[in-house]
Design a protein around this ligand. Structure first.
Ligand code: SF4
Ligand code: SF4
Ligand code: SF4
Ligand code: FES
Length: 984
């Protein structure tokens, strides 16, 4: 800390920090149109000019120095700021009262007021461009654009999609998409960063337009007429009077616009934001201060919410009658569920029933589902879909470091010197997390190694791309570990102090020579040496992995090999290091944390531990089963064997997201009684006996836990759609009808019970999670949490980590003369999973209407395939018809199918072979044959998809080019050397 003087008053500030932050912190009102704390200084607007030690400078670009003397009120600085803002108003028409952005937070409006502008010196000038409405979600109005460049900075350097630029040399500069394409045909991925940071109405969500204001829904001619009237008044009254009217109108909006904080319902990154609503209309999603995402979102969190008000929502329980369903009242449906569960339990015992909790539902709902299974029915047959993706990663961490969660936060990933990504299409599956890696890589010298079958965006950006053979990551990871140990590059001090099992581990590494790995993985020895050198030399390494590792028959072992490598190189226990399995669903971490697993009670407490059981038994007033139940893979087998007769499945499209979908569907047909709880009539509902209409996240209270173990509150945005009910209410109703005396009034009651019974969550309470507050488990009783795990020890009795010996097994799924191609599969940016939610957004549907199969240019040439060719893929399990997309993202005989389809689900092709430790299906190990059905057809991906765009990478908005224009001069009384842009 150092002392600085601002307008004669002394303040403390951090030396080296941004001066503008210190001025703001001191409560001095200084204009700052282009500055956004999360973007850093942009320096385009010149409205923040102050005098520092006698010189006029931009406060945003200056840094605090000891004994700095800052003057904001001297006339020269004020005059410079007024001149700068006057230039801005040349580019913007103030018609606030009839503007949808007049919500009290418009920077241009508020700066006009702050500077007391009455009349413009430079008259407003239109620009010779049309409004661009070509993106389904937002529009750009060049006439309102003040050229502050915030959007460009956000797109180039925060989202790092690199679509936006401003050509300062143009006679009439404007924001450009791909250098001048219509937005809808550009590389824009509709993440919304630019709109969120725009300080005025130049970039607006279409869902706001005509809806936010009282008079903004008028027709264009009427609106233009009103704007003319308002502008006409300005000459006489000045802006002050006009702004007063618009402020009254803005205050009136508060009476009907609600802003409610929630957490994204899609992926595990855990973005949080305010949802602006007017009745049931979603005006916009506004991210700002989420602990994970700040102003960031991806297309799904920002725009994919149409499903909530879809006419397809279920609003009545359905009961099967023969081949049809009929609508029923809630009481009838719930009575039937309770009666049939009781009968089946009476006839076949409690283990004839099974329960699946949803990774889309809240922690509290997962907890209640497992309590219903264990405490009411008396079975440990309970699981969640982490079995399909995350369990192997959790196993790898349990084996080596003790906790089954990310060892740090996304901030640690940002800080790392080297990020290694294995089997994760991060830019599409965890988009906002990927932005942090892309930014660190672009701006801060972070190095990136990517290992994958596909050359996706992260692979293209990588310093080293390891294009490995399918299912062989364990081999190169172990070979690199061995090489590091053999060459004396390991972190010996760390190993000696913190790690057990080195000898046995070294012995297990004997087969893993670089040569063996080279042959097995198709990676050269030199490349492996380069990777080993980069990992050993980097001060801080984070490894990220996802389903490209876990969904293999060696998923647990490969996850373990990753953690072993981190231990060998001492990359735990420090900020900027560690293991990061990227969780898929928004609450897949939380569903497991809260006990929806066959062997573990909440907080990963074992069902066979008598002490643990006794604690739950005393609290719940029941006796609990002590042997491990069936996981969801075993449940399907058990149905076929006639052992499992009934199932209650909550919010999961299991009939097409489980592997070997035909086998799963056949099992469901054998169930005596099947209850499916969902918000839509999903493909899985077809097999149900009773369908119960539930409510999505926007209609309920609760908590989600994101990939970084972050527990966050979601607050209710809407009342449940009439006829539907929140899942926790439904589960409680079922439990009560089965004789339980549950009395939860609110999900907070459930969380209080979780905290009382689970040491890992001892200090979790809704009070500690209010608004944007969050906690990263484990949470001690006093509320202290652990953003970084393992700061003092590892989670084992002796506090030491364990190197875990491994062996290499080949996948049982082989290519042969009949099934000669390898089929990979995964997510797409625009859709979540099978697309039940995202297809209901017309904008997403238009940009990405179908699934497809990616075919390499080499294979396409060989087989006579082009984009649009209809092919049939046949595996040893089933067949699907799908159109081909020829792309160099895949190579040779590798195929890739995104999973966004209920009509051609890829899981008809995938098999029942699993990781033997966790029973996670080996989704990524599928051999297929490909037949051409129609040689020509329309490309499955329309030209308006951003994948066909042409980004224009540059660093930020390149303000120096603006300063070099002949018409530009610094609006102070002297041209001064501006402090160079501070590193963000
Ligand atoms: S990708 Fe598109 S929506 Fe996202 S910041 Fe860039 S221009 Fe804006
Ligand atoms: S569109 Fe971009 S440059 Fe124009 S006002 Fe908005 S953020 Fe600034
Ligand atoms: S990155 Fe994930 S959590 Fe964030 S907005 Fe996108 S889908 Fe939602
Ligand atoms: S805030 Fe725009 S130049 Fe400083």
């Amino acid at each position: 800390m150092t002392k600085i003087s601002i307008d004669g008053t002394e303040f403390e500030a951090v030396a080296g920090s941004r001066l503008i932050d210190a001025i703001n912190h001191a409560g001095v009102h200084l204009p700052q149109v282009c500055y956004h704390p999360q973007l850093g200084p942009i320096q385009t607007c010149d409205t923040c000019i102050v005098e520092v030690n006698g010189e006029l400078v931009r406060a945003c670009a200056s840094v605090v120095a000891p004994n700095m003397k800052v003057a904001t009120t001297i006339p020269q600085a004020q005059a410079a700021r007024t001149e700068a803002f006057d230039r801005i108003l040349r580019n913007h028409q103030l018609y606030c009262t009839v503007c949808d952005n007049n919500n009290g937070n418009c920077t241009v409006h508020n700066t006009t007021k702050l500077l007391g502008v009455e009349h413009q010196h430079y008259p407003f000038q239109t620009k010779p461009y049309e409004v661009d409405n070509s993106n389904p979600f937002y529009r750009y109005d060049p006439d309102q654009c003040i050229l502050c460049g915030r959007c460009v900075e956000a797109c180039q350097d925060l989202q790092v999609n690199e679509t936006l630029s401003i050509r300062w040399e143009d006679p009439h500069p404007r924001v450009l998409w791909d250098g001048g394409a219509p937005i809808g045909e550009s590389s824009c991925v509709s993440c919304g960063h630019c709109i969120t940071v725009c300080p005025c109405n130049a970039l607006m969500e279409k869902s706001m337009l005509g809806h936010a204001g009282f008079m903004t829904g008028l027709s264009k001619p009427s609106l233009d007429g009103m704007i003319d009237v308002v502008k006409g008044l300005e000459a006489e009254t000045g802006y002050n009077a006009i702004l007063k009217v618009s402020e009254v109108e803005a205050a009136m909006r508060d009476t009907r616009i609600r802003r409610t904080k929630t957490v994204c319902t899609y992926c595990g990154v855990g973005c949080s934001f305010d949802v602006w609503t007017k009745d049931r209309h979603i005006l916009k999603v506004e991210p700002s201060e989420g602990p994970t995402n700040g102003v960031s979102t991806c297309i799904k969190g920002k725009f994919a919410w149409d499903f909530v008000n879809s006419p397809d929502r279920l609003t009545k329980p359905l009961i099967r009658e023969g081949d049809r369903f009929r609508e029923a009242e809630w009481d009838e449906a719930l009575d039937l569920v309770a009666r049939r569960f009781t009968e089946i339990k009476g006839l076949h015992g409690p283990d004839a029933l099974a329960f699946i909790a949803s990774s889309k539902c809240t922690n509290e709902e997962a907890y209640l589902m497992q309590k219903l299974a264990r405490g009411v029915i008396g079975t440990n047959n309970v699981d969640n879909c982490s079995r399909y993706c995350q369990s192997p990663a959790t196993t790898g961490l349990f084996r080596t470091v003790g906790y089954g969660g990310d060892s740090g936060s996304i901030k640690d990933i940002e800080q790392a010197d080297l990020v290694v990504i294995v089997g994760s299409n991060t830019a599409e599956s965890h988009p906002v997390l990927a932005t942090r890696v892309k930014r660190a890589h672009k701006l801060h010298g972070q190095k990136l190694i990517v290992a994958d079958l596909r050359e996706h965006e992260m692979a293209r950006r990588a310093d080293v791309f390891l294009h490995t053979r399918p299912s062989t990551d364990i081999v190169w990871l172990s070979a690199v570990s061995r090489y590091i140990l053999d060459q004396g590059l390991a972190h010996t001090e760390f190993l000696n102090q913190w790690v057990n099992g080195i000898e046995e581990y070294r012995k297990s590494l004997e087969p893993f020579t670089l040569e063996f790995a080279s042959e097995t993985c198709d990676l050269s020895v030199d490349t492996q040496k380069q990777v080993a050198g980069m990992i050993a030399q980097a001060k801080r390494v984070c490894v990220l992995w996802a389903m490209g590792v876990t969904q293999h028959s060696n998923g647990s072992d490969t996850s373990t090999a990753i953690s072993n490598l981190l231990l060998v190189t001492g990359n735990y226990m420090r900020p900027g290091t560690g293991a990061y399995p990227l969780r898929g669903h928004n609450n897949v971490q939380g569903a497991s944390d809260h006990g929806a697993m066959p062997n573990l009670l909440p907080g990963y407490q074992s069902v066979d531990d008598p002490e643990v059981r006794a604690r739950f038994e005393n609290h719940w007033g029941v006796s609990l089963p002590s042997t491990k139940g069936l996981d969801n893979h075993e449940m399907v087998e058990a149905i076929h064997e006639g052992k499992l007769r009934s199932m209650y499945l909550c919010g999961e499209e299991m009939s097409i997201v489980d592997s070997n979908a035909n086998f799963v569907a056949a099992a469901f047909q054998k169930l005596d009684f099947f209850v499916v709880q969902d918000i839509f009539f999903s493909a899985t509902c077809r097999f149900a006996d009773v369908v119960l209409p539930a409510s999505p996240s926007l209609e309920k209270e609760g908590t989600f836990t994101s990939t970084e173990r972050r527990i966050q509150r979601l607050h209710q945005v809407f009342e449940p759609l009439e006829g539907s009910r929140p899942d926790w209410v439904i589960i409680q109703d079922v439990a009560k009808r089965l004789g339980a005396c549950w009395k939860y009034q609110n999900p907070s009651d459930v969380m209080d019970e979780v905290a009382a019974l689970t040491p890992m969550f001892a200090g979790v309470s809704y009070a500690r999670l209010e608004g944007y507050k969050s906690l990263q488990w484990p949470v001690a009783a006093d509320g202290s949490d652990q953003p970084l795990l393992y700061t003092k020890s590892f989670h084992f009795p002796d506090g030491k980590a364990r190197l875990y010996p491994l062996a290499w097994r080949e996948s049982p799924e082989r290519l042969d003369a009949t099934f000669d191609l390898h089929l990979n599969n995964g997510r797409l940016l625009e859709h979540f999973h099978e697309g039940n939610l995202t297809y209901r957004s017309p904008g997403i549907h238009a940009k990405t209407p179908n699934t497809f199969v990616e075919v390499s240019p080499e294979l396409a040439r060989e087989r006579g395939i082009e984009s649009g060719t209809l092919v049939q893929l046949t595996s040893r399990r089933g067949r699907v018809r799908v159109r081909a997309l020829v792309t160099d993202r895949v190579q040779n005989g590798q195929l890739y199918m995104p999973m966004n389809s209920t009509e051609s689900p890829v899981n008809v092709l995938t098999g029942s072979h699993v990781d033997p430790v966790t029973h996670t299906p080996a989704y990524k190990e599928t051999a297929v044959q490909m037949q051409i059905l129609e040689s020509k057809g329309e490309s499955p991906l329309p030209r308006i998809n951003p994948r066909f765009g042409h980004p224009t990478p540059q660093k930020g908005v390149e303000v120096e080019r603006k300063w070099r224009q002949p018409g530009y001069r610094f609006p102070g009384n002297a041209l001064v050397q501006i402090n160079t842009k501070q590193e963000d």
